[in-house]
Design a protein around this ligand. Structure first.
Ligand code: CP
Length: 294
């Protein structure tokens, strides 16, 4: 891979290669990078997991992380994203990891930019590294994707995780079902509006965060009402299949998407996902930097 912009650009073969490499990193394999590479993380939207995880992964594979604070950068003086990235390229970056509120912000970087671009989330568009760590989490659990029933629950219209995960999981053979209020179904078709057919047949229940910052609430929306109709309650968790798992990209709205007592229950993989994210991002960064300089 030269860049990682959208999961749609990543072939099934490349996905399996990244999952395998992440597994090797988890087992303690050393980095294959032999040169010193410079990487900067440009986060124009808040992040705890993705930013820290990428920084950790970059350091673990031996890259040098150059600090960049979006809130103190010249973007505040009106500098464009293109000019910001080009400037960092000229300073000597090999790769930039970018999170930005604009959908497909990377389109403006396709021409004239030679630094590698890794998308850490674009608006309501894509979140490919989250998708890969979700795939890694599911593959570790079931050893396959074919026939695995994955129920994605929540605001799929605003969710870059839902879009990335649904596309990749479907392509890899999983059965993806979407459960959401009709106001939030966006471009997804054949969505479900209640748990009935889904709860006892799901191998994976993937809950999505209610995105208050994107004005997601519709008329009549309340946190209590959402939890009652679409949330994973203790009663619903009890009806899940024996080996089914719970996932959530986080951050979590406790008591909204999921009962707080379930966040670290036996079948929850929510914090495992965070841990898996470091190995996946090591695999992504190593792959892209190796490609860059052979
Ligand atoms: N899952 C995720 O993208 O979390 P952050 O916003 O904390 O990076």
């Amino acid at each position: 891979m030269k860049n990682l912009r959208s999961i749609e650009e990543v072939s099934n073969e490349e996905i399996y290669t990244i999952l395998k490499r992440a597994g090797e990193f988890e087992e303690g394999a050393p980095s294959q990078l032999e040169k010193d590479y410079l990487v900067a993380n440009l986060f124009f939207e808040p992040s705890t997991r993705t930013k820290t995880s990428f920084e950790t992964a970059e350091r673990k594979v031996g890259a040098t992380v150059i600090p960049f604070e979006a809130g103190f950068s010249s973007t505040l003086k009106g500098e464009t994203l293109y000019d910001t990235v080009k400037t960092l390229e000229m300073i000597g970056m090999d790769a930039v990891v970018i999170r930005h509120k604009t959908d497909a912000y990377y389109d403006e970087l396709l021409e004239g930019i030679n630094v590698a671009v890794i998308n850490a989330g674009d608006g309501a568009g894509q979140h490919p590294s989250q998708c890969l760590l979700d795939l890694f989490t599911i593959f570790k659990e079931f050893g396959k994707f074919e026939g695995v029933n994955v129920t994605i629950v929540g605001d799929v219209s605003h969710s870059r995780v839902a879009k990335s995960d649904a596309e990749a999981l479907t392509r890899l053979g999983a059965n993806v079902r979407i459960l959401c209020p009709s106001e939030w179904q966006g471009d997804f078709e054949n969505t479900y509006q209640d748990w009935e057919e889904l709860l006892e047949t799901s191998d994976v229940v993937m809950l999505l965060r209610v995105q208050h910052e994107r004005d997601a609430a519709f008329e009549g929306f309340t946190k209590e009402g959402y939890h009652e109709q679409f949330g994973l309650t203790v009663e619903r968790e009890r009806r899940m299949k024996k080996d089914a798992i719970i996932m959530h990209p986080a951050p979590i709205n406790r008591g909204v998407e999921i009962d707080s007592s379930l966040v670290e229950c036996e079948r929850s993989r929510i914090f495992n996902q965070v841990r898996n994210g470091v190995f996946i991002r090591m695999a992504i960064v190593e792959s892209i930097l190796k490609e860059r300089k052979g």
